[in-house]
Structures are given as structure tokens and as C-alpha cells.
Ligand binder design. Structure first.
Ligand code: 5GP
Ligand code: MG
Ligand code: MG
Length: 182
């Protein structure tokens, strides 16, 4: 599949699976089954694979919510100016909420999202991201759960796209430069 497009595999399917199990344990330790179910919020579309696997690895009941946002900027970088295309279906007031992210780069979108969701008065609000790039430390975004810290390279697979392609790869890899230039 995608013959010759992938330059290298950065994180294998097995490594992702082991990490999801580990992250699920951390989240569950902090959120034991309580009077209301934990709410996982995912911003479409990059984190859907991660959310699907994390939700099934979590030994506590979770409810799934999706948001769609568009950030003004190019397709590979964000500006932090965000518009909501699809909002949550339910109120999160007084709920324990975990935002499930695919990757944090500049952190601008996430920083906006945290402010927006915080204003809805959840009982708790944490962030769980599969990947984090080095620039993410520059902005003040409290991220409690991090899967992998990766180098400053553009990656695809396991939900992450380039021009809407490669989301269906089961691993995370880098693209061959010929893909960008074609
Ligand atoms: P931030 O607001 O943190 O700069 O941007 C995060 C978003 O940018 C991610 O949700 C993702 O859509 C996109 N992004 C950032 N780095 C990468 C990358 O290496 N690969 C892909 N496919 N998307 C990325
Ligand atoms: Mg994201
Ligand atoms: Mg994208």
C-alpha cells in the first residue's frame, strides 16, 4: 500500500498498541469508575484511530464526543484562530473530560480549545496526546498524558494525513520527499 511513499517507519503498529495500553492505564488510574462516565472529546479527523483504540483499552466506561474545527492557516501549520464547524452534542458541565489529540505541534489549536471547553465548566479537563513535537513546549498547554515525543518532522499514518491520504496506515512514518514535490 502507498508503494514507495513512506521514507521510514517512526513508530510501529506494536509500539502504538503498547503505548495505548499504557496511556489507558494512566487515564483509568486518575479516573476510576464514578457517578458519571468519563467523556472523551476528539477533534476530527486525525485522532479518530487513537480515540477508537484508547476507548477500547480503557477499563472504565467512556462516552465519545466529536468536534470539528477549522484553523485559519496553511494545511501544515496552524494560526490559533479557530472556527467551530461541528460542536459537541452534549453539555460537559460537571463532567470529567479528556481531550484526545493526535499530535501537538505549535499547540495553538489546543490552547484555544482548552479555553473554549473550560468555559463550559467541566469538573476536570485533561489532555491526552499520542504525539508531541518539540515546539509544543513553547506554549503553555498543560498536557497530562503524552504517548511519544517525536522529532520535528512531518509524519503520517494512524489517523494523520497528508492531503487526506495515509490516515489508514496502521503505523506512523515519514513521507518520501517526492510525495511533496509531485
Ligand atoms: P498545532 O495547533 O499544535 O500546531 O497543530 C496540530 C495539528 O496540526 C494536528 O492536529 C495536525 O492536524 C497537524 N499536524 C501537526 N504536525 C503534523 C504532522 O507531523 N503530520 C500531520 N499529518 N499533521 C500534523
Ligand atoms: Mg489534532
Ligand atoms: Mg491534517
Amino acid at each position: 500500500m502507498y508503494d514507495g511513499d513512506i521514507a521510514s517507519v517512526l513508530i510501529t503498529e506494536q509500539e502504538i498498541s503498547d503505548k495505548v495500553t499504557e496511556l489507558a492505564k494512566q487515564v483509568a488510574d486518575d479516573h476510576p469508575e464514578g457517578d458519571s462516565d468519563l467523556v472523551l472529546i476528539t477533534v476530527l479527523k486525525g485522532a479518530v484511530m487513537f480515540m477508537a483504540d484508547l476507548a477500547r483499552a480503557l477499563p472504565v466506561p467512556v462516552q465519545l464526543e466529536f468536534m470539528a474545527v477549522s484553523s485559519y492557516g496553511s494545511s501544515t501549520s496552524s494560526s490559533g484562530v479557530v472556527r467551530i464547524l461541528k460542536d459537541l452534542d452534549r453539555d460537559i458541565a460537571d463532567r470529567n473530560v479528556v481531550i484526545v489529540e493526535d499530535i501537538i505541534d505549535s499547540g495553538l489549536t489546543l490552547s484555544w480549545l482548552l479555553k473554549n471547553l473550560q468555559s463550559r465548566k467541566p469538573r476536570s479537563l485533561e489532555v491526552c496526546t499520542l504525539l508531541r513535537k518539540p515546539d509544543a513546549v513553547k506554549v503553555e498547554v498543560p498536557v497530562k498524558y503524552v504517548g511519544f515525543d517525536i522529532p520535528n518532522e512531518f509524519v503520517v499514518g494512524y489517523g494523520l494525513d497528508y492531503a487526506e491520504r495515509y490516515r489508514d496506515l496502521p503505523y506512523i512514518g515519514t513521507l518520501d520527499p517526492k510525495v511533496y514535490s509531485s
